[in-house]
Design a protein around this ligand. Structure first.
Ligand code: ADP
Ligand code: MG
Length: 363
């Protein structure tokens, strides 16, 4: 049975250089049973501190934490039934894999045959059956990382907490391990909080993402939601690539469509239904590079001049300079026969207004 987690308005105040500051400010979040939720944000935004409060290594300055409906705010680490995988997953180097994985069970004074059986099951779960007798240095980095996970899973935690667990691995292995970790988590149906500063990792692994910035929650939503409906400039910029076009709102045509003046053009853009906009205010139109199509002939929404064109195998990456001087990044899939534009060429830019997002304010 997977359990729910509730972070109720938690704040953590630290003192740095004699000055009080909120490393985590009023984070309020419910995590569903079996859900994998990532904390995503730049270094120093409060991800680890939040996770450490859930684990019990830090006590919130205010707010409460509930696991499965039980208030654990002041409950000791070892009484929370939580598994924690750190970035530095140090295994005991002189102990066999079997002893490493069985360590916690032995501390709990479980019987040897039970320990052996449970260790075998945990190793099977991470795809390392039969490695009990080996030593950590006889395994690859990726395998050691899996042992670290087995060591946690063997304790049958109710909640799994992972803090940048893949950041010590090389890029290719990291991508492989994302899928693997996610599969194990889903198979066990275990509620999981996963910290990362890597937006690709968050997008590909998470059921939902909580984007953090300077201790505060910027946005919580599914990867699809966060990518297609960023609610702040910070989120738009941090997740994926975004062109931010500065403009003025001419008028609101409907709840979700507005007319935006950009340079000498007025173009449609998608508004956020719940947001208040005032005609005449400065706005930012978020435009993803892959949402734009270039053409040399047809009339587009905007026009400009190609300032750079780079071939990167599966796609062309262009920079296009608009008449108002702003540079827009454009990506087009490349396939044999695809039209290619060259530096200096005049081009028209077309995009579906539904693929844009208009946010109040500007950078
Ligand atoms: P992240 O994991 O997102 O990189 P952290 O949660 O580790 O960020 O840190 C958030 C902020 O809190 C940082 O400015 C960090 O320096 C500060 N911080 C973390 N732990 C302590 C502590 N024990 N005392 C004082 N400041 C701390
Ligand atoms: Mg951290």
């Amino acid at each position: 049975m997977s359990v729910e987690l509730h972070l109720q308005n938690i704040t953590k105040t630290f003192i740095k250089d004699g000055v009080k500051f909120d490393a985590v400010e009023k984070v309020d979040l419910k995590i569903n049973g079996g859900e994998l939720l990532t904390f995503l944000g730049p270094s120093g935004c409060g991800k680890t501190t939040t996770l450490r409060m859930v684990a019990g290594f830090e006590t919130p300055t205010s707010g409460s934490i509930f696991i499965d409906g039980r208030d654990v705010t002041n409950v000791m680490v070892n009484k929370r039934e939580i598994g924690f995988v750190f970035q530095n997953y140090a295994l005991f180097p002189h102990m066999t894999i079997g002893d490493n994985v069985g360590y916690g069970l032995k501390m709990r004074s479980e019987a040897t045959p039970d320990i052996m059986r449970k260790v075998g099951e945990a190793l099977e779960m991470v795809g390392l059956s039969g490695t009990e007798k080996r030593l950590p240095n006889q395994l690859s980095g990726g395998e050691q990382q899996r042992v670290a996970l087995a060591r946690v899973l063997v304790m049958k935690p109710k909640v799994l907490l992972m803090d940048e667990p893949l950041s010590n691995l090389d890029a290719k292995l990291r991508i492989h391990m994302r899928t693997e970790k996610r599969n194990i988590q889903k198979q066990l149906d275990i509620t999981c909080l996963y910290v990362t500063h890597d937006q690709k990792e968050a997008l590909t692994m998470a059921d939902r993402i909580m984007v953090m910035h300077k201790g505060k929650v910027e946005q919580i939503g599914t990867p699809f939601d966060i990518y297609t409906h960023p609610r702040t400039l910070f989120v738009a910029d941090f997740i994926g690539q975004a062109n931010v076009l500065a403009g003025t709102l001419e008028s609101r045509e409907s709840a979700v469509i507005g007319s935006i003046r950009i340079g000498d053009r007025v173009i449609p853009g998608k508004l956020i239904a719940e947001e208040n906009y005032t005609a005449g205010e400065r706005v930012s139109l978020i435009l993803r590079p892959e949402a734009v199509t270039l053409s040399a002939k047809e009339d587009g929404v905007l026009s400009g001049t190609v300032s750079s064109a780079v071939f990167s195998g599966d796609r062309m990456e262009y920079m296009v300079r608009l008449s108002n001087g702003q540079e827009v990044s454009v990506m087009e899939n490349f396939f044999p026969g695809a039209e290619i534009y060259s530096t200096g060429q005049q081009v028209q830019l077309t995009f579906d207004p539904r693929l844009t997002v208009v946010l109040p304010g500007e950078r």
